[in-house]
Ligand binder design. Structure first.
Ligand code: AMP
Length: 280
């Protein structure tokens, strides 16, 4: 596995693969890799000849007061994990390489980027789409794999690729969970064992909505209230949002008639968790 930290070195490394006609698969991450990331790498390997993983904690997508400074960083462990999954190249630039100056031209996520995650984290998706656009232009992948875990992000990236004609395919891979149902996340390492048990309320609430949907319920308020009662039954979690939306538009309607998703974000102790399940 090659490890490169500059854009110039990346371009040199990749020129020879491109010349040989190899398809490039790309998995962008912020590091602190876990089995969720590794599943995306496996999917990228199935779809391409050479897998590139980027590790960059993107300051642009963190609001002041969020966990940018204390976001977990562990390049040696990440390198070993990436190598174990046959990653061809790890791109790990530092901040000055990606943002030599504060960017004056950025990508705007539009109205969908201002709802749900975007409402709680203003500017977050503009920051995400700006770094993803930069990485796409640097890495030049044929296929990029994103996790369903961050569904709104994955839908916005897909829509950026369509709207701005990036010449690549976006693939969304299923959420990887611990056996008890908690979605894997780099932030789970912040949770005490007590908080971790409390955090299980989120996947259980989403599961309850899923079951009610499978029973035939299509009234969105009724679906949401089933989930909300699970969230409020146990020890206290702070609910940022719990909602049932249409999957493509992330719009909430009174009745769910198109493919949907139950989406939720909660805070447990000082840790923020997000999750979702697909409906239909
Ligand atoms: P992050 O490093 O948290 O920004 O995530 C990088 C990529 O991994 C994103 O596409 C996430 O959606 C994806 N990801 C994170 N957690 C999981 C998980 N538990 N299952 C599947 N994909 C995940």
């Amino acid at each position: 596995m090659e490890i490169v930290t500059t854009i110039e070195a990346y371009r040199e490394a990749v020129a020879k693969w491109r010349g040989a006609g190899n398809k490039i698969g790309f998995v962008p991450t912020m590091g602190a890799l876990h089995e969720g990331h590794l599943a995306l790498i496996d999917e990228a390997r199935r779809l391409s000849r050479r897998v590139v993983v980027s590790i960059f904690v993107n300051p642009l997508q963190f609001a002041p007061g969020e966990d940018y400074e204390r976001y977990p960083r562990d390049l040696p462990a990440d390198t070993a994990l990436a190598e174990s999954r046959e990653v061809a190249l790890l791109f790990a630039p530092d901040e000055s390489e990606m943002y030599p100056q504060a960017p004056r031209v950025t990508v705007r996520a539009g109205p969908t980027g201002e709802e749900w995650e975007g409402q709680v984290r203003p500017g977050h998706f503009d920051g995400v789409l700006t770094i993803v656009a930069k990485l796409f232009n640097i890495v030049q992948p044929d296929v990029a794999v994103f996790g369903q875990k961050d569904l709104q992000q994955a839908m916005l990236v897909s829509s950026m690729v369509r709207n701005l004609n990036f010449p690549l395919q976006v693939v969304i891979a299923p959420t990887v969970r611990d056996p008890d149902g908690l979605a894997l996340s780099s932030r789970n390492r912040y949770l005490s064992s007590e908080d971790r048990a409390t955090a299980l309320a989120l996947p259980r609430a989403l599961e309850a909505i899923y079951d009610k949907y499978e029973d035939g319920e299509r009234d969105v308020s009724a679906l949401e209230s089933v989930g909300r009662s699970v969230l409020t039954a146990g020890p206290r979690v702070l609910i940022d949002y719990l909602a049932v939306v249409e999957r493509e538009s992330f719009r909430r309607r009174d009745e769910l008639r198109a493919p949907g998703a139950a989406i939720g974000a909660v805070r447990v102790g000082g840790t923020r968790l997000i999750d979702n399940v697909l409906l239909g």
